[in-house]
Write a protein that binds this ligand. Structure first.
Ligand SMILES: Cc1cc2nc3c(=O)[nH]c(=O)nc-3n(C[C@H](O)[C@H](O)[C@H](O)COP(=O)(O)OP(=O)(O)OC[C@H]3O[C@@H](n4cnc5c(N)ncnc54)[C@H](O)[C@@H]3O)c2cc1C
Length: 564
């Protein structure tokens, strides 16, 4: 058994930031970071475009907060948004001090670029490799602290919760295949999103919603899961997201008539309108036949040719490289084929603005959590900032929580039961269903029926299909019966998590009979504040989720119509 005051699950931006804050707050607190991949392989390293914070005279935390609340289609909790925008600038400077190579203006200030839905250029960046630099900066920093221990390539399977208190967790050491019990006073889930529920997605293969599903199964409600963000610009066919920075630097979206169609949908902000609006515009152009035909379906294009080679090389080097490698198109010379793509999990583990869940000692932060600052539509470049700001809050809160607390004893049957569930029941499975096949069917169902445009008929069909897939999951076969690096078994566990979450997303979308932000119902195309200005909460039960709702916190800004 491993014993640590605080166990953080996840070594992405949120988990690393939490670890540093906890380590700095109290040298005597022992902190573990448990991660299923080496931390610098977390999805955070894929963040390209930037991190938002109000740094200049023409900007303020207040304006950042208003943009975020309006972008969120008024579903964000405004007290949390205000806190977030107030603390964001400090985090940028902190990373600067820790060595993050932010781009600079000619007079040496930290540079900022325009991003969708932000009124002023507010997005701090390091070329188009922002997440890579941020994650490395934080990772290097964690190595300074003697009270942080890494458990890399440990796959968390479950929490140990008793009497509404978290006591620890179980994780498989992937190298040996041994199940390890962690005893902890506080646990911070920082496990990232669940984008792999979809087929055409920008997220890495490891983004399978594990922590979200684990919290849900242990009784924590999931908030606003029906709000999944689709990003307008997915490179065809690979599904690499082409950062909003490409439009921030001046890129255009065009249909097959060469028209900059955004003028019809957002005449002022054009390509830099919030994502929900640009995504629906792209999807509408394609649907109504103004796209190009291609071997992978219809598409429109992102045109960067007018930016010139020098600017593209300086500001978007990674994008250029990826377009050449993965689509065989050099954006310096020709427009790039794109269509909307699943991107970001806006809902997640229900927490308050201090990252606390309803279970004592259990915190959640980063993409797995729903605090909620993104509401119905996240503004680009607010997510990495969220990981930094709330990562620090979660770390500090967890330290305070541990003070004067003793470790709680974990009965040996907890370990034995989990070992039995995993290595006897799951690993022993000899059915005729394949994990890969079920996963594929789940992903195409979500893409086809729970995507940008939704309606009752499709959602009901999707729900039926997901329930069928859950039944079929009981009949899977695990071919690899070995213990070491059993990726066959890990994929099965990840799939079981994703099936639970697909069900919650679909049912939440079915119940929400309005259109708001990223959730668009063709049969209910208007926002309905009277009935739906509220968060949904999905609770686990063996027969599927049950739902309740809670009010949105409004401090300053009453909902108004969104115009861009
Ligand atoms: C292509 C792309 C580009 C993006 N660009 C931007 C951008 O420019 N600006 C912006 O603000 N946001 C951007 N985002 C979003 C942002 O990068 C993410 O929301 C954020 O980095 C998530 O960080 P995280 O720490 O919450 O999770 P992650 O970085 O996903 O890390 C999750 C961690 O949890 C661990 N983990 C998960 N499950 C388990 C388990 N069962 N057991 C043990 N460990 C586990 C993983 O090993 C990993 O270390 C982008 C996202 C993508 C996909």
């Amino acid at each position: 058994m491993e014993l640590h005051d605080i166990v953080i699950v996840g070594g992405g931006l949120a988990g690393l930031r939490a670890a540093i804050e906890a380590a700095e707050s109290n040298k005597n607190v022992s902190i573990a970071i448990v991660s299923k991949v080496y931390p610098i392989r977390s999805h955070s390293v894929c963040a390209e475009g930037g991190t938002a914070a109000a740094l200049r005279e023409n900007d303020s935390p207040e304006l950042h907060a208003w943009d975020t609340v309006k972008g969120a289609d008024f579903l964000a909790d405004q007290d949390a948004v205000e806190l977030f925008c107030k603390l964001a600038p400090k985090e940028i400077l902190r990373l600067d001090n820790w060595g993050c190579p932010w781009n600079r203006t000619e007079d040496g200030k930290i540079a900022q670029r325009p991003f969708g839905g932000h009124s002023v250029p507010r997005t701090v960046f390091a070329a188009d490799r922002v997440g890579l630099h941020e994650t490395h900066t934080l990772y290097e920093r964690t190595l300074m602290y003697e009270n942080i221990t890494y458990y890399n390539e440990y796959f968390t399977t479950n929490l140990v919760v008793e009497d509404d208190c978290v006591k620890g967790l179980t994780a498989i050491d992937l190298r040996t295949g041994e199940l390890v019990l962690f005893n902890a006073k506080a646990i911070i889930l920082a496990t990232g999103g669940a984008g792999r529920i979809y087929d055409f997605t920008t997220v890495s293969h490891i983004v399978t919603g594990d922590g979200i599903a684990i919290a849900y199964r242990n009784g924590v409600p999931l908030k606003d899961m029906e709000f999944f963000q689709f990003f307008p610009v997915g490179l065809i066919p690979s599904g690499i997201g082409i950062t909003e920075a490409a439009r921030g630097e001046g890129g255009y979206l065009r249909n097959r008539f060469g028209e900059r169609f955004m003028k019809k949908y957002a005449p002022q902000m054009m390509e830099l309108a919030p994502r929900d609006i640009v995504t629906r515009a792209v999807a509408t152009e394609i649907r109504e036949g103004r796209g190009f035909k291609g071997p992978y379906g219809d598409y429109v294009v992102l045109d960067l040719t007018h930016l010139g080679e020098e600017k593209i090389n300086e500001r978007l080097p990674l994008i250029r490289e990826m377009c050449i490698k993965f689509a065989n198109v050099d954006p310096v010379e020709a427009p790039v084929p794109i269509r909307p793509i699943a991107h970001y999990t806006m809902g997640g583990i229900d927490t308050n603005m201090w990252c606390e869940t309803k279970i004592n000692g259990l915190f959640a932060v980063g993409e797995c959590a729903c605090i909620s600052i993104h509401g119905a539509n996240r503004l680009g470049s607010n997510s990495t900032t969220e990981c930094l700001v709330f990562g620090a809050i979660a770390g500090k809160r967890a330290v305070t929580f541990c003070e004067n607390k003793q470790f709680k004893r974990i009965p040996s049957k907890v370990y034995e039961n989990e070992e039995k569930r995993l290595f006897d029941e799951l690993l022993g499975k000899e059915g005729d269903e394949s994990v890969g096949q079920i996963k594929k069917e789940m992903q195409t169902t979500m893409d086809g029926k729970v995507g940008v445009f939704r309606n009752e008929k499709d959602l009901l069909n999707a729900l039926k299909k997901i329930k069928e897939l859950k039944m079929r999951f009981n009949q899977i076969q695990i071919v690899d019966k070995g213990r070491q690096f059993n990726t066959d078994m890990i994929s099965a566990i990840e799939l079981s998590f994703m099936l639970d979450l697909a069900e919650v997303i679909t049912m939440g979308a079915l119940k929400r009979t309005e259109s708001r932000g990223g959730h668009f119902r063709e049969d209910y195309p208007e926002r309905d504040d009277k009935n739906w200005l509220r968060h949904s909460l999905a609770y686990y039960s063996t027969d599927g989720p049950t739902f309740s709702y809670k009010p949105v916190t409004i401090t300053k800004w009453q909902p108004v119509e969104r115009k861009y």
